[in-house]
Design a protein around this ligand. Sequence first.
Ligand code: ARG
Length: 553
Amino acid sequence: MADLAPQLRRSAHADFQADGVLAAARTLRRNPRQVAAEVVAGLPDDGLVASAVVAGPGFVNLDLTDRALLAQLIRRLGDDRLGVGTPETGVTTVIDYSQPNIAKEMHVGHLRSTIIGDALVRILEHLGGTVVRRNHIGDWGTQFGMLIQYQVEHPEPAPDDTGTMGRLATLYRLARAEFDTDSAFADRARRRVVALQAGDAGTVAAWRNIVAESTRYFTDVYDRLGVRLTDADTVGESAYNAALPAIADELERRGVAVTSDGALCVFFDDLRGPDGEPSPLIVRKRDGGFGYAATDLAALRQRVAELHADRLLYVVDARQARHFRMVFDTARRAGWLPATVPAVHVAFGTVLGPDGRPFKTRAGDTVRLVDLLTEAVDRAREVVAAKNPGLTGAALDERAWQVGIGAVKYADLATNRTRDYLYDPQRMLALAGNTGVYLQYAHARVRSILARADGGHTTVDVTATLEPAERALILDLDAFADTLAEVVAGHEPHRLCGYLYRLAQTFTTFYEHSPVLRATGPQRANRLALCHLTGDTLRTGLHLLGIPTPDHL
Ligand code: ARG
């Protein structure tokens, strides 16, 4: 149906509207309404179309027969992929996401990158694609000089009150304070950076310990989130150190980068600072050091040349748009990024607090991701317990986790990613409205209907007459595959959220108008088949977003 012709759209006036005639008539230099009338007259009489009418400037409004819709329902029921093909087969996507920084807490920005990235990974893999995950953690930089030097000078462990990252965060704070106030310490810290870069064994060992301590912590957070990122996916900034001098040399040799004020820079005609001065991408700093840009160029080159990426995705805060623009441009000019390989900055907006400003604690600090998750799960426990007074202990904890994490993820994924959104734990856990809980609840309700009906849904009767609510549900179910294609085309998980929300609403309308359990004969069988397919579509869709689907709520 929807997949037969790309210019066929769902419509409020008919099952579908075809607008392809408009373009065809323009090419033919003919009156579009006349062409549309000819198309309608030429439609085969194959029992698929119940009515075809010319509308507006030359649209064709199409209504399908009940039999055609029921036949499609049968096809979907017999297909455990729910009509979704594998268009990504043979396509390798390298996706850069999550990217927390060593010795720093994960915050709400990392939540967005992690969750959007995880959803895109799941969807691309489901469509048959090969996905290489890259957790580009911040594990290199001058801050390690100060951290290691402070540890050397204060061998007793820093106070540890809040778990692993607590110790490192404290170490970071103390080291930074000393660095800022004691210039002799700052000098020793800078010498420590040189020792680290030169590969001094003791310094490198200390660095490795700090990195390992942090990554253990990150893994713990990923487990809590139900995100499938492992150590094998973690290739931090430090992994590209050895490649950086060659990156600089090659850019210079090819004339892409030039020395300006002692630094190696790439200039862009259309990128200027507020003062009108050109603002370059700095590949190598005046002191000979490499930074964020060089690392990203080395990573990009490796992803194309060695990982054979057909598509590069970077799920990173929208504020880094200029950085990625410059990196991609530079890579194209250098010949590292062929025109056939798209590189996309999958940008996302800021999470705002209740005051409409970037989400902070009452004390004005960034909100720790773990605290935010704990709070969401605690609130979810209250919601779940209120609905199921009998649920206690581990079962209650599990359900609270499913609902709490689902709520956080859904709230993040449901808004267009480029927009900012308001973090509101109360609203995201509401049972009504466009929330994860509502969808989990819709799924559980379908399951309970099916459990009460006790099977018997497999024999769809194609000769039945459909009610409007049944037709609407079949048409919505049919749009699942097209929706996933749209998500991939724009890297927009919110389109899947919107689809699932509409599906749940269409199901509710259907269930109100077309009793399932009280129906009899073929009608009951057809309606149970619709329940079955709705349940499977909701479950698959939510899993593709990384959201659990308990059978009871
Ligand atoms: N670690 C960086 C941050 O926390 C994000 C890194 C994004 N990825 C990249 N390839 N530059 O801001």
